[in-house]
Every structure is written in C-alpha cells, then in structure tokens.
Design a protein around this ligand. Structure first.
Ligand code: CA
Length: 223
C-alpha cells in the first residue's frame, strides 16, 4: 500500500511515518499544500492522510482540486480538535473519513484499513488512462479510439481498475491477487493469468504486457 502523508508538523509526520511503515505502508511525506496537490495528482497512491491546516495551500483546497480533476484517491483528513465545521467542510469537499487531533496511531491505522476493506475509492467520474476508460457504475471498459465498450465481470473489473491506477508499474501476481480477491477468497496467484488473458481477449493484447518472472504492466508505453 502506497500512502501519501500530508502534514506540516515535522515531528508528528516523522513519528507517524515510522509507525505507518511498521504497519506495512510505503509512505511519502508532503509538508505543504502545493507539493501535496502535485504529488497526489501525479503519483499512484492508494490513499492519503491530509492535514487541513497547511502552508501555501489549505488541505481543503487541495482536496477540492483533486476532486475537480476527477482524482478518486481515498482521503482521510486530520482536523483540529472540536472543529466540527472542518469535518463538514471536509466531507463536502470529498473526504472519505476524518480523525480529530490528537489521535492514537492505532486508530488511524484501523481507519485506513477500514477504508481499504470498503474499497472506498469511489470515483468522481470515470477513470481514463492511456486511451482506455473504466466506468465504475456500469463496470464497463471503453476503448476511446474506437468507442467499443466491453462488459467486465467483478474480478476482471477489479483487476483492470488496479492496473489502470498503476500505469507503467510492474505489478507482481501476488500484489494483484491481494487487491482483487475478497478477503475470504482463495488467493491463488496462478488464477491471475487466466483473468489477465480474459482481459486481453476482450480489450486487445496491447494494454497489458507480461514481464517474465516479475508480473504485469498496464500500458508500458502510455499513449
Ligand atoms: Ca497543520
């Protein structure tokens, strides 16, 4: 899990970073709003912890800009204690959860894990990458160049969504399996090949490349 931690309190962010890494997250830190907005818009994070009081651009503005740009990143906001209006404003701007300062890291981690379990990344519009569009509502994929639209099964949809959220990255079978199967399902990474091949038959072979011994890459050469 790759996580962006946006917090201008350096002591707090370095302590949190260590604890989150121990909990299995790969953590990048941003300390002001402008950097945070850029990083969240250009890197494929799985989720964001966003402090609202930030130098150079407020967390609320950052969140609004991401949502206006159609960025569906799951975002947990950190609010000042007793500032109920910040929570309301945060949810209106598109936050998925909040935590009031001060908090226990164990609660933060539990909330992040709950967001992951709920698959909270509700998109604010379809996901478009490299000429392919994925519609969450109808679970269909469309090749933009030809206008052809394809129905996807649940597993195909989750697999393609994860691939499209991480374009150009080599994704191992194990990592993909972790993201597409339900918690109680058998996570057999060999079955992945079957689903990858189904996606290729439907959409065309050019979208997903095989890296032998490593895994798969969506759109290795994004158009
Ligand atoms: Ca702050």
């Amino acid at each position: 899990m790759r996580l962006l931690l946006v917090e201008d309190d350096v002591l707090l962010s370095s302590r949190l970073r260590g604890e989150l890494e121990q909990a299995g997250f790969a953590v990048d830190v941003a300390t002001d709003g402008v950097d945070a907005e850029f990083m969240g818009g250009s890197e494929p994070y799985d989720m964001v912890i966003l402090d609202l009081g930030l130098p150079s651009r407020s967390g609320l503005e950052v969140l609004r800009h991401w949502r206006e740009a159609g960025n569906p990143l799951p975002v947990l906001i950190l609010t000042a204690r007793d500032a109920w209006h910040e929570k309301v404003d945060g949810f209106k701007a598109g936050a998925d959860d909040y935590l009031s300062k001060p908090f226990h890291t164990a609660e933060l981690i539990a909330r992040l894990q709950a967001l992951l379990r709920r698959g909270i990344a509700r998109p604010h519009g379809p996901l478009r990458v490299a000429g392919l569009e994925l519609d969450e509502e109808t679970q269909t994929a469309q090749v933009l160049a030809t206008g052809e639209r394809f129905d996807l099964t649940g597993v195909e949809f989750r697999l393609l969504r994860y691939l499209m959220r991480h374009p150009g990255q080599v994704l191992s079978k194990t990592r993909l399996a972790e993201h597409i199967y339900d918690f109680d399902a058998e996570r057999d990474s060999n079955v992945l090949e079957v689903y990858i091949n189904r996606l290729r038959r439907k959409l065309g072979r050019e979208w997903i490349a095989t890296r032998r011994g490593q895994g798969y890459v969506f759109s290795a050469d994004p158009v």
